[in-house]
Design a protein around this ligand. Structure first.
Ligand code: PRP
Ligand code: URA
Length: 209
């Protein structure tokens, strides 16, 4: 069973409150999502392996650590996942970025894939699938399935807000995937919206409604 990490750092929680607030402007919403993504990236990269190297300081030889192991790949789910990419790249600028385009059919709530463009070495990378909202889990599951179909094996999921239903759905379909969220909310309403949530993440990020 994949683990669920709730990133409860006070700065993340404070900014998430502002993100939820319906009076927050598109500009502020976008900036806050970007900032929270940076802070969450700090948590999600906590278990990256290190290796020892020696460096010469001006006065001695120091035994130091550098990051080792697989390179990172960020996989935002279009479109709302885009809002978290730059914030993560602030911390891991060498990561490559692949895009998976999915939208939820408003009637069935089933994800429909309309785009996929991934780094050529995607299967060699440790991947972070990014989407602000984990509602039914259909979009995240479809994105993870699409990556596994391309022989990707090391996958984490990063979301701002999850519904319990979405967490369970991902854990059931992909028990090898750990999930990082800033909050797990109460439930999904009949339209598939997370309650209390933040509304439609894509619309709020891009000002489309
Ligand atoms: C939203 C959100 C997730 C998805 C979550 O995207 O960004 O991708 O819904 O719902 P699920 O867990 O039930 O699949 P949406 O389909 O609204 O597309 P958008 O990002 O283009 O706005
Ligand atoms: N997608 C969103 O953007 N918001 C929700 O509450 C659920 C799915």
């Amino acid at each position: 069973m994949g683990k669920v990490f709730v990133c409860d750092h006070p700065l993340i929680q404070h900014k998430l409150t502002l993100i939820r607030d319906k009076v927050t402007t598109t500009k502020d919403f976008r900036e806050l999502v970007d900032e929270v993504a940076t802070l969450m990236a700090y948590e999600i990269t906590r278990d990256i392996p290190l290796e020892k190297v020696q460096v010469q300081t001006p006065v001695a030889t120091a035994e130091c650590n550098v990051i080792s192991g697989r390179m990172l790949g960020l996989i935002p789910i279009l479109r709302a996942g885009l809002g978290m990419v730059d914030g993560i790249l602030q911390l891991v600028p060498a990561a490559k970025v692949g895009h998976i385009g999915l939208y939820r059919d408003p009637q069935t709530l089933e994800p429909v894939e309309y785009y996929a463009k991934l780094p050529t070495d995607v299967q060699e990378r440790e991947l972070i699938v990014i989407d602000p909202m984990l509602a039914t889990g259909g979009s995240a599951n479809a994105a993870i399935t699409a990556l596994k179909a391309r022989q990707c094996t090391q996958i984490k999921l990063m979301c701002l807000i999850a519904a319990p239903e979405g967490v369970q759905a991902v854990q059931k379909a992909h028990p090898d995937v750990d999930i990082y969220v800033a909050a797990i909310d109460d439930y999904l309403d009949e339209h598939g919206y997370i309650i209390p949530g933040l509304g439609d993440a894509g619309d709020r990020l891009f000002g489309t409604k």
